[in-house]
Design a binder for this molecule. Sequence first.
Ligand code: ASP
Length: 356
Amino acid sequence: MKNSYSRRDFFKMGVGFGAGALFSGMSLKAGGHKNDGFENGMRIIASGNGIRATEKAMDLLRDGADPLEAVISGVNIVENDPQDHSVGFGGLPNELGVVELDASVMYGPTHNGGAVASLQNIKNPSRVARLVMERTDHALLVGEGALQFALAHGFKKENLLTDEARKIWLKKKEQLTDDDFWFPPKSDNLEDEIRSFVETHGTINCLAINEKGDLAGVTTTSGFFFKIPGRVGDSPIIGAGLYVDNEVGAAGSTGRGEANILNCGSYSVVEFMRQGFGPEEACLRTLKRIAEKSRLQPRLIDEEGKARFQLNFYALNRKGEFGAAAMWSGANFAVHDGKVNKMHPSAYLFKDNNTK
Ligand code: ASP
């Protein structure tokens, strides 16, 4: 199981885990990455699909941009990329073939945030989320209201469903059941095709700290492929997909949103950092709690009592220390430490025997 499998139908995951007690494969290696003092501690971190975002965001920070503008400009690259089928333009649609986007932003210096959910036809929901924060007294706008708000601010209405995304959706629809009037798709390797599109991508989360120690974050996504129309994931929920406290640190998430919403994941990561745990350890402790709670819902656990889904947390503290952890091994995250922009392996709770 890989990080990239986060958006697969988790019930279909065929993973061969070795025997052992719950949490036997757990890695609680504390530490994370220490601030080495590069560039006065400026740092940008992002989910595994965010290496272009961290590069762009660091360029902007160096030019004096505020950290929120830096991370939003970073994730805009991915929102605008039709090849990334999990975010913005080209995102995979809901079961009706409609692309619905979720996003949130949070700004440390004012402890303010904004979000949009189930937003259709607008390429950059992260920018609309920022305007919700800056131009309204609200924190979250959804659906038609969010669209009208975006249009009022001059955003262009666009068709976000690319031809490639439409074809993936159509194949999925055609093979759903034999008990309807749709013939099965011509290609018989549908599962592999869908997986190859989905597995290298995910929602994007990006967090930044500037040379003054101010923090900001953004999370943006098209959510689960084939979701029920109107389904809202964790990305636009402040405290779940994103949380920033300028006095402590910032955290964000990708992966199974429902598990995250029900456990206020990013808020929990920041609270663990407030208690003095390093970013990586704070992510692992949150995942451990979520894994334990999942045991109360048998459909969410495997025969060994381990959570049957992927969930990732990314964290950055006020000192510029950073870390990330995933429910299952194999995940990674992007970091620009002011000097080098590169991928780092995430810590993990459970070892997937199919990954190194
Ligand atoms: N967290 C996203 C959601 O639940 C999906 C993902 O990151 O794969 O909408």
